[in-house]
Write a protein that binds this ligand. Sequence first.
Ligand SMILES: [Fe+2]
Length: 185
Amino acid sequence: MKNLKVPLAIENYIDNLHKRVTEAPLGRYLKDMAGAYQDAESVLVEDNPLVYRFWTFEPFPGGEGELAFGMTDLYPGLVGQEYFMTAGHFHRGSGGEIYVGVAGEGLLLLLTRDGELETRTVVKDTLVYIPSGWAHRMVNIGDETLRFTAFWPTGIEHDYASIRRDGFGYRVLKTEDGPKVVKCK
Ligand SMILES: [Fe+2]
């Protein structure tokens, strides 16, 4: 096959991905997603921390049936009571995804467009299948960096706008009894 830009085997997959993340990270700072947090305004006055960074690999050719993959480092932190989290998105049309936990402790929020919520705890070696139609947002509920890899079909469109516009409907707050998922008003 010509034009194959994805190695058929990546030795030490995680280490190599991490190296490339370090070289060319795509970062999301708090200001990039200020509206997602209940108390972002007060935090933004003083600071603009890096919330997460990610690296993705879209194979070429990326026609139907190929798989893209990537890795995310989601840092520990709080905005008020609310844990650091990813922006979250839907896939337009059909297209599932697989997340695999590598390090740390996360809570994955899954949401339908009708507002139905499911959550999954993600730690090292957890595999979660995200079916078509479910938005996904990862929340770092631990004290260390949460690292996870993801695999998704090439060619899908990511819909971040719906979550930016409507919110996710639920927040994950740090309490004395541990993480608590609360519905937004
Ligand atoms: Fe996705």
